[in-house]
Design a protein around this ligand. Structure first.
Ligand code: UGA
Length: 483
């Protein structure tokens, strides 16, 4: 099929490259000149596994890039809107990017175009697109609108696209559903998985389609992200209790995930979720629920726990080190999660900012995110190391803030020699406390027995003070915590 993809951000670019991989002829529009120039050369502007090989394979052949919506949609039957839908000040989704594209489509489309909204939007956006098209003078029978939400995780987006656990098609007309079913046929028939040069993935089972109304599809996306974020905040709260009572969150997790009703994923305790999706989508979903009537207090609590999780971690750093002024701190990980160079709403970046604000000298290493992070700290306040070991040399503490697999396999003997003080504060629980102890390292982590004495469940007022940078309070609490 001939398909257009409007917007080559994370979602758009992965979608365009994967549609080409499925055998479609894809025209992708991108307005950013620098990005477009890279794409036309077959180079990926983002760090994403498998994307470079797909671009090399399809660019200029099945996948063509251009700078205008009009050009991309000229000859196609289905167009996917994948432009950014950021969060407005009110918490609601800013749909101006979508509005702009819809207007462009209305000016240049051929009859019988199916417009598919792919980037995350509030419920009723398809309806609003339909109304806008008619307002721009397009006859209602000459186009259709559908929702096809994406469930791509950064870092594994290509595999998530080609090996999805479900494909949600929110189409209010049978003809739209049939067209979208054809788009995904190579996955639902299993044909793609039989290709000798397919991207390897988790399962070769044909994929299931969930056909819904456009409104339900839009809500499925928001509800999915909200549910996953809720799981993370839930396990983080359990971890905090576990820590206080001397239990072990790894053991607790093993006990939970054995129950298939609970499920195994998104139950890793840590320093909270970040990224460009969960925080933004939770705010948007809550705003939408408030506008719809009843509100959604649970989401406010999920966000509050998430913020507190980070400040709780900062409190642990103080409890272990006392004042941070003049301390040299090694940070492993800046990206909001492993497998990406994305630092948007990264808890790691927030913690680094806090350390710097407290007067610490911070030396960081991240396998992918250092160039992007460098732009966020233009004054040179944050130092970058060439590897984990350079970062930890002469450091008063080693902090693990992103769950990159390589951080879970450090040479602990070497770490012990290089660190000025043998202290590891792990926000991602990558090690067992026993292993660290036998390596001679003092280990502080999340939800497991820790080298820090803990007193009472009092982190709420404490973290408030820490956030505000109340050094005296922090100091007195640290002293108290150290007993
Ligand atoms: C998320 C969803 O997982 C995708 O399904 C969705 O399509 C995407 O948002 C989107 O809306 O576009 P993503 O933001 O790339 O994907 O990252 P996740 O893998 O979901 O991780 C989000 C955050 O949660 C990260 O900071 C990660 O470290 C944290 N996390 C994840 C935990 O703290 N614990 C866990 O057990 C899992």
């Amino acid at each position: 099929m001939k398909l257009a993809v409007i917007g080559c951000g994370y979602v758009g670019l992965v979608t365009a490259a994967c549609f080409a991989e499925l055998g479609h002829e894809v025209y992708a529009a991108e307005k950013d000149r620098a990005k477009l120039s890279l794409l036309k050369q077959g180079l990926s502007p983002i760090y994403e596994q498998h994307l470079p090989e797909l671009l090399r394979k399809h660019c200029g052949r099945k996948l063509k890039f251009c700078d205008s919506t009009a050009e991309a949609i000229r000859d196609v039957t289905v167009t996917f809107i994948c432009v950014a839908t950021p969060c407005a000040r009110s918490g609601e989704t800013d749909l101006s990017g979508v509005d702009e594209v819809v207007e462009e489509i209305s000016r240049s489309m051929r009859p019988h175009l199916l417009i598919v909204q792919k980037s995350t939007v509030p419920v009723r956006t398809c309806e609003a697109i339909r109304e806008a098209m008619e307002k721009h003078g397009v006859l209602s029978h000459s186009f259709n609108v559908a929702s096809n939400p994406e469930f791509l995780r950064e870092g594994t987006a290509v595999q998530d696209f080609l090996y999805p656990c479900r494909i949600v098609l929110g189409a209010d007309h049978n003809s739209s559903l049939r067209k979208l079913e054809r788009v995904y046929l190579p996955l639902t028939s299993g044909k793609y998985y039989r290709c000798p040069d397919c991207i390897p993935g988790r399962s070769t089972e044909p994929v299931r389609i969930i056909a819904t109304s456009s409104k339900s599809a839009e809500l499925i996306k928001h509800a999915s992200n909200a549910f996953l974020a809720t799981k993370i905040s839930f396990i983080n709260e359990v971890a905090n209790i576990s820590e206080l009572v001397g239990a072990d969150i790894h053991e607790i997790r093993a006990g939970l995930v054995a129950d298939p009703r609970i499920g195994a994923e998104f139950l890793a305790a840590g320093i909270g979720f970040g990224g460009s999706c969960f925080p933004k989508d939770l705010r948007a979903f809550r705003a939408l629920a408030e506008r719809a009537g009843p509100g959604f207090d649970l989401l406010s609590e999920v966000m509050r726990i998430n913020r507190r999780q980070r400040t709780r971690f900062q409190t642990k750093i103080h409890a272990a080190l006392g004042t941070l002024r003049g301390r040299r701190i090694a940070v492993l990980g800046l990206a909001f999660k492993a497998g990406t160079d994305d630092i948007r709403e990264s808890p790691a970046i927030a913690i680094v900012r806090y350390l710097l604000q407290q007067g610490a000298e911070v030396v960081a290493f991240d396998p992918a995110a250092m160039p992007v992070a460098n732009q966020q700290f233009p004054d040179g306040a944050l130092h970058f190391a060439k590897d984990c070991y350079e970062a930890m040399t002469d450091a008063d503490a080693l902090l693990i803030l992103t769950e990159w697999p390589e951080f879970a396999h450090l040479d602990l003997k070497r770490a012990l020699k290089l660190l000025r003080s043998p202290l590891v504060i792990d926000g991602r629980n990558l090690y067992s406390p026993e292993v660290m102890k036998s390596a001679g390292l003092r280990y502080v982590c999340v939800g497991r027995s820790t080298d820090l004495p803990v007193k009472g469940y009092q982190d709420e007022p404490l973290t408030t003070h820490v956030v505000c940078g109340d050094q005296d309070r922090v100091e007195s609490v640290s002293q108290e915590a150290r007993g």
